[in-house]
Design a protein around this ligand. Structure first.
Ligand code: SF4
Length: 288
């Protein structure tokens, strides 16, 4: 296990907020190996999934339901300044981050819902790409963290083309191998085969990461047939020509709103990762 896999206090604090900002927030991300500036295109907290492990607090009303792209740009520029000046690391939890976790890795579309449901998604991609170009340049990525349900929308495909030209990465969620497992964990009305088709088509156009969260439901981990089906889905994606640069296998790191959804032990995650590696040859990172 390397240092990024050892949870640090700064990693454990994943509050998605910065002062009174509405749309942009910093986190120290284990899976980004550094600082990630989150861009929340869903301040209304509406999502097309209802994952059992979702950490978005939907009991308190949203501070806003609209996305003001001009304000979002001002917040993004201000937070980039705060990171550049080092002021970010003067306050907890960022003050606890070791030097190697302080580099800015990415600006990530990831917030209180699914970013690709935002009607002006491609406009938001163009905005972030422009700000990045004018401030931190090519060394910083733009990451889209997505449940994949909207990757077939025309405006989203335009947005992905913009990301492709600006060090973009797509991190697509795949938490199950069967329709039943998907319904149990992600509780979405979107059909599972649409998710799989979208991941396949997106991966054929550019390299993607798959992020897979496995957990215990009422004390039981995923059954063997679920894991076998999941591994088979990945094998099929590779065979179909999707370029998967990494599979990230992880579990819940903080208490979930559903008390019966709990963390899977590190050994079980490692066993899943081994099966994926053996069956597909893919690179698999484990984040217990
Ligand atoms: S896709 Fe993300 S925001 Fe939506 S319910 Fe799942 S974890 Fe929550």
């Amino acid at each position: 296990m390397n240092e990024v896999n050892a949870p640090l206090a700064a990693h454990r604090d994943h509050r998605r907020e910065w002062k009174d900002f509405l749309y942009v927030y910093p986190v120290i991300s284990r899976r980004s190996h550094g600082v990630s500036l989150g861009v929340n295109l869903n301040p209304d907290k509406i999502c097309n999934f209802d994952c059992v492990y979702c950490e978005v607090d939907r009991r308190t009303p949203p501070r806003t339901r609209i996305v003001d792209l001009d304000l979002l740009e001002r917040e993004l520029r201000a937070l980039l300044d705060v990171w550049k000046s080092g002021d970010l690391f003067r306050a907890p939890p960022f003050a606890l981050a070791p030097p190697e976790a302080r580099r800015l890795n990415d600006i990530a579309f990831s917030g209180d819902g699914e970013p690709t449901t935002f009607a002006r998604f491609s406009e938001a991609c163009a905005l972030v790409a422009r700000v990045k170009r004018e401030t931190v340049g090519d060394s910083v990525k733009i990451v889209l963290i997505t449940d994949a349900a909207g990757l077939d929308r025309a405006d989203v495909r335009r947005g992905l083309d913009i990301l492709d030209a600006n060090q973009g990465e797509v991190w697509a969620k795949l938490d199950a191998g069967t329709e039943a497992g998907y319904r149990l964990v992600n509780r979405s009305s979107v059909r599972f085969d649409r998710i799989l088709k979208n991941i396949e088509a997106t991966g054929k156009k550019r390299p993607i990461c798959i992020q897979s969260l496995f957990l215990k439901v009422r004390g039981k981990g995923p059954p063997p047939e679920e894991i076998a089906a999941y591994v088979e889905r990945l094998r099929h994606l590779v065979a179909a020509g999707s370029r998967i640069q990494e599979v990230q296998v992880y579990t819940v790191a903080r208490p979930t709103p559903e008390v019966w959804a709990t963390a899977l032990p590190a050994g079980d995650l490692e066993a899943i990762a081994r099966r994926v590696r053996d069956a597909t040859g893919l690179t698999v990172g484990v984040y217990p």
